[in-house]
Design a protein around this ligand. Sequence first.
Ligand code: BTN
Length: 254
Amino acid sequence: MSPASITNNLETRFIGQRVIYKPRLTSTMDAAKREAQQGAIEGTVVITDEQTAGKGRIKRPWLSPKGSIALSIILYPSLAYLSSLIMVASLAVARCIEKVTGLKSQIKWPNDVLVNGKKVCGILIESDVRGNIVDYAIIGIGINVNLRLSDFPEISPTATSLSDELGRDVSQLDMIRCLLAETERLFLASQAGESVYEEWRDNLVTLGKKVQVRSGETTYKGTAESVACDGSLLLRQSNGSLTKIVAGDVTLRE
Ligand code: BTN
């Protein structure tokens, strides 16, 4: 894959107009962070074929072999739009999976994308905020595209890939170009005051389900009742109380 194959005639104003490609990286997040700290232009994308130390949420490792997509997008949103990045990114992935493969996907709060109940994509958002100023935000997207999950028994019970679901390989380039265009469309729409919240909420597989949520050192059990506009989860616990959870990891209990 070459940066030019990604950027040529890419229908975006800024996301993906500059692409930094390396065949192998520890993590695109770390490389993107270095770029952002040096003032990279907004929309710069760092992409690799293979990560040797991919980072997941809650400090978990992320398996990112050849055949998967691993990219990070550098943005400079204002603080008001930071929480919408979770919705922007997961919706962009869900839309592109459908556009490029025809597969239907669902979002597991806050931003895992599932196909047929198994995880196909993970999203990590890292930002540096000082006071009211966002120095940078980085959206990291990892998608299992052309992987045989039987080769990865450590994740195969809960993960899948687009090729396993379809029974054929998928164009990584089509997927990447779609992701960049769709992320920009949704990012600009949210900044123009259009809500991405309703579409994101309607794609959540989590709502109405009995769940267990791990948030920091605390584990909550209850029913995922709804989500607030800032993306946090509203959990109804068995004692009737409604708890607002800003970040966490959900396990569906049914
Ligand atoms: C998760 O579900 O825990 C989030 C996984 C995020 C993985 C992507 S792959 C591209 C970017 N680089 C990383 O090291 N992590 C993110």
